[in-house]
Design a protein around this ligand. Sequence first.
Ligand code: NAI
Ligand code: MG
Length: 328
Amino acid sequence: MSHVAVLPGDGIGPEVAAQAIRVLDALGIAHSEHAFGGNAILSQGTPLPDDTLAACRAADAVLLAAVGLPELEGRPVRPEQGLLGLRKELGVYANLRPARGDGVDMMIVRELVGGLYFGAKGVREDGTWFDTCEYSRPEVERIARRGFEIARARGGRLTSVDKVNVMHTSRLWRDVVTALGEDDYPDVPLDHALVDSFAMTIVQAPQTIDVVLTENTFGDILSDVAAAVTGGLGLAASASLGDAGPGLFEPVHGSAPQIAGRGIANPAAMLRSVALLLAYGLGRPTEAAALERAVADALEAAPTPDIGGTATTAAFGDAVLRALDATP
Ligand code: NAI
Ligand code: MG
């Protein structure tokens, strides 16, 4: 029997998590809620309490809403440290960022724990600040394998995005991806693109894109661009996966303190994260597809204010549950 650890977090987090919990209940999936983020700092002095981490490790999947409390800004202990800590503890290195809508169905596979964000950084004696982009062959190979697997599973093709004309690590990236494709995935069509022109393609012709494989920094930026062209933060979901242990599933948005407590947050990104959890966390692809369709229906039937409608968070949830119920 599957068990999901739910971390509602702060701000609109608990509001969108409540709708996710209704869906888990409707599907008969067991779950438990745990303190995480700003609320955990206030109550226990740390964003990632030990019992929360233990519950996450023991679960089949972790569903996180959002963290961030304005009243904690400027303090040494921040909610986001809990996020980075949790990713590290769960060993997740593959960040899946789907972008869907309006004839667009792309999946960005972003390397999450290497590259520029995690390389050597500091200040030299002459006062120069530096960050270093670093990748090892195994780090590139494991994320590339994930990209090929996802492309193969959906009968699609893979576009690897780099900056090989300028960056040294991109040479390694392109060589590893090319060799892996020839050796293990000859059935998956592969092409390469340079990140700057590919950013234009996302804006100008997103319908032509299928599965995208890219390194940490490029993926961070490109996935936000892709989210923007397909409806914005209220819709964008993500999954972070490792090789073993539970994956982490979360909307891309933050705690949106300006609208928290008003019952108007869009729960679509959270519910799409549940769909990713079903597909990649629990191995329940049929229910994942049904939930994706139900969310698409609700976006038509009960849009929230951020996408030009007037529905409340709960009314959106009602529409999703109705659509799920109607699914054969
Ligand atoms: P944000 O994503 O919370 O909000 C950005 C804008 O999008 C705001 O106008 C907000 O009202 C709107 N928005 C976001 N999600 C929405 C939803 N589901 N429905 C309707 N509107 C939505 O980003 P912001 O304002 O930069 O950060 C707020 C707090 O969240 C900060 O403390 C930040 O550190 C934290 N944060 C946490 C993240 C996480 O938990 N993964 C990610 C990003 C920010
Ligand atoms: Mg980002």
